[in-house]
Ligand binder design. Structure first.
Ligand code: 13P
Length: 373
């Protein structure tokens, strides 16, 4: 059974559902499909499509647009009973009015969907390379130089970030000088400074020129026991030192197969991101990385990515409202030049957090070319 935390169900495909609902309403209201059963079916279908269309569009709206949308729906609700014939049998009359109300709301939702679908995204497009524990310092510098050299071939609208191991940060920072490629670290300590042997403070990586820090990567959660409690502290350290966290979420294979992926990412967001202030939230990047797709060659399909990215944005909007529309959400997990374009073309995918393919400058840059929107 699905728990209450799961994503809203998509009861029916929006386009075929809308066509079917509009056709059915037309036929029942014109009397070509007589009888109360048809009317009830058309009410149900309109209701389902309207519900889905509303969820889709309202997730993309700011507070003012939501207000207008809901006001238009309510105006229909109040006006519809005043319009049309009054001398039908009681049930027929109620069915006719309900159909009219749903039809009205459905038309508004469809118009909004069309408007929002065609509106260009204003969010940052990001391609970030997580080098993990790969390359020696000199190799890292070569890699960074390769990215700098080819950067001009990719649209300047794409923001590139490289996240080498700690040991390479200073040298890679030097190699990136004069380019617009930004530097990130793969982790930072939960404490500011002191007797924490082997740890690297957020203040230290910031001093080396890092602008970003990856936090909550599944490999850190899995192999180093990072919990939401630790991550809350790390996030605080990142913000205190002017770093933008790239906060990773994602489910493992068992969780995906059990249909729990929505619950898992929701909890990962609620336990950490919900503790941020509105100001901090404006400076956050989310990376959705399904554990089963990391380094396995198995990629989430573009539709799977879009489904969960849209859900993540909705979870963010529940807490931060319209600001959620501005938060970049990256996809990570076997992303490569051959699949980037399809994944990045999705509405709620704003780029990628790249592992293996970030270790070759050519591939990393080619992924950046995947942006067509
Ligand atoms: P791969 O691209 O190698 O699957 O790794 C993804 C990742 O974990 C990036 O953080």
């Amino acid at each position: 059974m699905r728990s209450r935390n799961t994503a809203p169900q998509q009861p029916i495909g929006l386009v075929p559902g809308s066509i079917a609902a509009l056709a059915l309403c037309g036929l029942t209201m014109s009397g070509l499909l007589p009888g109360i059963i048809w009317k009830l079916v058309s009410i149900l279908l309109c209701g389902m499509v309207w519900w889905q269309a509303s969820l889709n569009v309202m997730a993309k709206m700011d507070r003012r647009q939501r207000f207008i949308f809901q006001a238009l729906c309510y105006i229909g609700l109040f006006l519809m009973p005043l319009i049309g014939p009054g001398e039908l049998p009681r049930m027929e009359y109620i069915a006719l009015k309900f159909t009219g109300v749903f039809l009205w709301a459905l038309i508004i939702a469809i118009i909004y969907n069309i408007i929002y679908k065609n509106k260009p995204k204003m969010r940052k497009k990001i391609v970030a390379g997580n080098w993990k524990m790969n390359t020696l310092p000199a190799e890292g510098v070569e890699l960074a130089k390769g990215v700098v050299a080819g950067r001009g071939e990719v649209c300047s609208c794409v923001n590139f970030i490289v996240c080498p191991p700690f040991t390479h940060l200073a040298m890679v920072a030097e190699a990136l000088k004069g380019s617009d490629i930004e530097l990130g670290a793969q982790n930072c300590a939960a404490e500011a400074k002191g007797a924490y042997t082997g740890e690297v403070a957020a203040q230290m990586i910031a001093a080396l020129g890092c602008k970003y820090v990856i936090l909550g990567h599944s490999e850190r959660r899995q192999y180093y026991g990072e919990t939401s409690e630790t991550l809350n502290k790390k996030m605080a350290q990142a913000y205190a030192n002017g770093l933008t966290p790239i906060y990773c979420v994602g489910e493992n294979l068992d969780e995906r197969e059990a249909g729990k992926h929505f619950d898992v990412v929701k909890a990962q967001i609620e336990e950490v991101v919900y503790n941020l202030t509105e100001e901090q939230f404006k400076n956050l990047v989310i990376a959705y990385e399904p554990v089963w797709a990391i380094g396995t060659g198995k990629t989430a399909t573009a539709d799977q990515a879009q489904e969960i990215h849209a859900y993540i944005r909705k979870v963010l909007a529940d807490k931060f409202g319209a600001a959620a529309a501005e938060c970049p959400i990256l996809y990570g997990g076997s992303c490569k030049p051959s699949n980037a374009a399809e994944i990045f073309a999705k509405e709620d995918v704003d780029g990628g957090l790249i592992g293996g393919a970030a270790l070759k400058a050519e591939d990393f840059l080619a992924i950046g070319k995947g942006f067509q929107k």
